[in-house]
Design a protein around this ligand. Structure first.
Ligand SMILES: Nc1ncnc2c1ncn2[C@@H]1O[C@H](COP(=O)(O)OP(=O)(O)OP(=O)(O)O)[C@@H](O)[C@H]1O
Ligand SMILES: [Mg+2]
Length: 327
C-alpha cells in the first residue's frame, strides 16, 4: 500500500468525503494518518465537525482500534515561509518578506511555485521520521484538486526542475518528483455512475499515465441500491406480459380485490412506469460500469447514504473501504 494516497475526481463527486473515509480506514491498528487539504476550503473541518483547521497538524479523529487521524490545511503562503526558512534560514527577514507582500507575489505570479509548495509539504510529511527513525505518519492522504487539474498539479515539480537547474529549489523539486512518481504514491479517482464523471475519470487516468504518475484505484461513490433483480428487469422490458403478471400478483397479494377495474389495475401503470424508469437508469449504469472496468484499475463502490453525510456516515464508509480490501 502506497504511503501517499492522492484522491482526485470530478468536482462534487465526493473527493473530500472519500479522502477522509480513507484516512480513517487506514488509521486502524494503531496507525497514524495525515489527511491533507490543498485547496483551502476547510472541507475536512466541516466533515469532522470541528472548527477551521489552522496551518498546523492536529488530531481530528480516533479510528476504531485506536489509530489516529491528523489533518492539515496547507496554506501556500505559510508553506513558502516554511520553505524559505528551511533552505535559507531567513529568520526575521522572512517575516519582513511577508509584510512586504513578496509572498503574495511569489505564490500568485511565479508559475507552478504555489503547487510545488503544496506537493512539497505533503511529501515532507510522507518522508518525515521521528527521533527513533520511524515514519511520523504511516499514510498521508491528500484531498487533491479535481481531475482536470490534478496531473498538472502533481507534475509541476518537473517544470520547476527544468527551470532551476541547480540549487535548493532544483533539489527539492527532484526529491518531490521522486516520491510522486514512485510506488510510494497512488492517485485515486472518485466518480459517480454517470456519463460525465466517468468520462472525466477515463480522461484523467489517461493524462496521469501519459505523465508517468502512478494510478491507484477508482472509487464509485453515491451508488444507489439495486431495486430489481435481472429476472424482473427482463419482465419490465417485455412490456405487455409484465402488465398481466403484475396485475395478477397484486390481486394475489390482496391489493385491489378481484373486481375488474379495481385497485390492482389502477396500481399497475404507475408501478410499471417506475420500473421502466429504474430499468433505464440501470442500463445507463451498466454502460458506465463497463467503461470503468475497461480502465484496468481496481474498482470500489460506496453507497449513497440516504440520510446525508455526517461523522457516523464517514465511519460507515471507512468500514466499507476496509471490507473491500482498500485499506
Ligand atoms: N456516499 C455519500 N452519500 C451521501 N452523500 C455524500 C456521499 N459522498 C459525498 N456526499 C455528499 O456530497 C457532497 C459532495 O461531497 P464532497 O464535498 O466530498 O465532494 P468533493 O468532490 O470534495 O467536492 P468539491 O469538488 O466541491 O471539492 C457533500 O455534501 C457530501 O456530504
Ligand atoms: Mg472537496
Amino acid at each position: 500500500m502506497s504511503r501517499l494516497q492522492v484522491v482526485s475526481g470530478k468536482g462534487g463527486t465526493g473527493k473530500t468525503t472519500v479522502a477522509a473515509a480513507l484516512a480513517l480506514a487506514l488509521a486502524t491498528e494503531g496507525r497514524r494518518t495525515l489527511l491533507v487539504e490543498v485547496e483551502g476550503r476547510q472541507g475536512i473541518a466541516q466533515l469532522f465537525e470541528t472548527e477551521a483547521l489552522p496551518y498546523e497538524e492536529r488530531k481530528i479523529a480516533v479510528a476504531p482500534g485506536g489509530g489516529e487521524v491528523y489533518a492539515l490545511a496547507i496554506d501556500p503562503e505559510l508553506a513558502l515561509l516554511d520553505y524559505l526558512q528551511m533552505f535559507y534560514k531567513l529568520g526575521s527577514a522572512g517575516r519582513a518578506l511577508k509584510k512586504l507582500g513578496a509572498i503574495d507575489f511569489a505564490t500568485t505570479v511565479a508559475p507552478g511555485l504555489r503547487d510545488v509548495l503544496l506537493t512539497g509539504k505533503a511529501c515532507e510529511a510522507v518522508r518525515r521520521k521521528d527521533k527513533r527513525g520511524r515514519f511520523a505518519y504511516d499514510y498521508v492522504i491528500m484531498d487533491a484538486p479535481p481531475t482536470g487539474r490534478v496531473t498538472r498539479f502533481l507534475n509541476v515539480n518537473d517544470e520547476v526542475a527544468g527551470l532551476a537547474r541547480i540549487g535548493p529549489i532544483h533539489n527539492q523539486a527532484q526529491a518531490v518528483m521522486r516520491v510522486l512518481k514512485s510506488s510510494e504514491t497512488a492517485v485515486h479517482m472518485v466518480t459517480l455512475l454517470e456519463e460525465m464523471p466517468v468520462q472525466e475519470t477515463a480522461d484523467g487516468i489517461g493524462e496521469l499515465r501519459a505523465a508517468r504518475l502512478p494510478t491507484g484505484r477508482v472509487i464509485v461513490n453515491m451508488v444507489r441500491p439495486a431495486l430489481l433483480e435481472e429476472a424482473s428487469l427482463a419482465l419490465v422490458r417485455d412490456g405487455a406480459p409484465a402488465r398481466t403478471a403484475l396485475a395478477r400478483s397484486l390481486s394475489a397479494a390482496g391489493l385491489g380485490g378481484a373486481r375488474r377495474g379495481g385497485g390492482a389495475e389502477r396500481l399497475v401503470s404507475p408501478l410499471l412506469g417506475q420500473a421502466a424508469e429504474y430499468a433505464e437508469r440501470h442500463a445507463l449504469e451498466c454502460d458506465q460500469r463497463a467503461v470503468l472496468a475497461g480502465l484496468g484499475l481496481p474498482l470500489h463502490e460506496l453507497p449513497l447514504l440516504a440520510e446525508g453525510m455526517d461523522l457516523a456516515g464517514l465511519f460507515q464508509l471507512a468500514a466499507l473501504l476496509r471490507e473491500q480490501g482498500f485499506a
